[in-house]
Design a protein around this ligand. Structure first.
Ligand code: GLC
Length: 431
């Protein structure tokens, strides 16, 4: 028993995320986020110039002295925040998240913590100020991505050996998070990335030349801490309603998952982020050829929303600040599809998901059955529904679908998908 207790204690001490529900937003404050379903993620920074992904500094072992002069080439002459916001809007996205600072440490906003920012680059602009203003003017929910970790600091790699340096990096995080939440008006989402203990100390014994997070079996046991509760208490004072991601080391208002989806988290708001084009999150020349098909985008969205999550789709703008035309086009097509069927996506809740055929989304008045693969027998068995189903109709043409409701559930039969749509939706109206 005592051993078991010690085991639990050791694990909770080194858990990657601190559970503190006192900082969580209320259900009501999270409502807009949960109803939003689709967001646009934007990775933009010095790495965009090199076109080899946002990790290029790390993966090619480029030292700061060699990397940082890229800011003299950071002109982004065609950057227009209004375009970014329009692209999001026309893509059916209800919120945006833009990298204010990625792991390379370069800020797209004016910071008093040094001068490694876009104001002191060839662009001479505060891109975040322009973005936030454009988003606010368009009524777009405004998210900011911020990476506490910074590859320029030896203290990140060896937090105990270079403790003073690590503390300086931490001071930078507190200062810059404060700046971001003070200088730009209302911020709706603070999307931390890389503030977990598991990411610390790569230069230590764990380092094997590649990037990976520590397994729970070998937690970071050093003395440095980001103190995520302290950090997020400050955040709540500055912007009480901002929706916070889990990657500061505090559990966050929502959990994030990336590309290799590991399954829906238990009873927590969650978001899947992925690239519209495979590969890196920052711009690469191949992002126009590796772009996801429209069907895959729609089906991914349905998979996520039927499991009650949000989808955050990423694009990496080109060095000049514009988003690839092929990606803009795909986003428009996504909207083209979902705007026809928006009642079945936005403002719904997740229902059930079954990898064999698809999933459902629900409201008080209806269940939307999203058929991604029509089963061979053209039949879908749904679990029991407490209300009476008064009708079943294809949203596509409002034609009747055949169904039987009993205590055992609702059975839909003779499902037909003449147009081979990526998502065939049947609306069950509830009485
Ligand atoms: C990872 C990566 C990063 C990317 C992020 C998006 O944490 O380090 O490059 O910004 O995922 O979720």
């Amino acid at each position: 028993m005592a051993l078991f207790f010690l085991f639990v204690l050791a694990n909770s001490l080194h858990s990657q995320y601190v559970d503190d529900s006192t900082l969580l937003l209320s259900k009501n404050d999270m409502k807009w986020w949960r109803n939003a379903k689709l967001g646009l993620f934007i990775h933009f920074g010095l790495y965009s110039i090199l076109g080899r992904g946002e990790w290029v500094m790390w993966s090619e072992r480029i030292d700061t002295a060699t990397y940082s002069p890229l800011r003299d080439k950071f002109i982004c002459e065609k950057f227009d925040a209004k375009d970014w916001v329009n692209i999001a809007k026309e893509g059916g996205c209800k919120y945006m998240v833009v990298t204010a600072r990625h792991h390379d440490g370069f800020c797209l906003f004016d910071t008093e913590f040094g001068d490694y920012d876009s104001r002191n680059s060839a662009a001479k602009r505060d891109l975040i100020a322009e973005y936030v203003e454009a988003a606010h003017n368009a009524g777009m929910k405004t998210g900011i991505y911020y990476s506490p970790l910074d590859w320029r600091y030896p203290g990140f790699f060896f937090p105990d050996l270079y403790r003073t340096n690590a503390e300086e990096m931490k001071k930078q995080t507190y200062t810059q998070v404060r700046e971001l939440l003070t200088n730009y008006g209302k911020i709706d989402i603070l999307w931390y990335d890389g503030g977990e203990d598991n990411w610390l100390g790569y230069g230590g014994l764990m380092w094997n030349g590649s990037w990976y997070t520590r397994g729970f079996e070998k937690p970071y046991t050093g003395k440095f801490s980001w103190e995520p509760i302290k950090l997020n208490k400050m955040v709540r004072e500055l912007q009480p309603k901002v929706v916070i991601s889990q990657r500061s080391g505090w559990m966050g208002d929502f959990e994030t998952q990336e590309v290799g989806f590991r399954g829906k988290p238990q009873k927590r708001p969650w978001e899947l982020c992925t690239n519209l084009s495979g590969g890196a999150w920052g711009w690469t020349p191949s992002c126009t050829t590796s772009i996801m098909s429209l069907d895959s985008c729609i089906q991914l969205l349905v998979m996520v929303v039927s499991q009650d999550g949000n989808l955050l789709l990423n694009v990496g703008p080109k060095p000049d600040g514009t988003i690839e035309a092929a990606q803009v086009q795909r986003l428009k097509e996504i909207d083209g599809f979902i705007s026809k069927y928006d009642e079945s996506i936005y403002n719904t809740q997740g229902g059930i998901y079954d990898a064999r055929w698809g999933g459902t989304t629900v409201t008080d008045k209806a269940i939307y059955v999203h058929v991604l693969n029509v089963p061979f027998d053209r039949t879908i068995n749904l679990p029991p529904v407490s209300q009476k189903v008064s009708s079943a109709r294809y949203l596509r043409d409002n034609k009747k679908a055949t169904f039987v409701q009993s205590d055992d559930g609702v059975v839909l039969t003779d499902i037909h998908d003449k147009q081979k749509e990526p998502d065939l939706i049947i609306k069950l109206t509830l009485k």
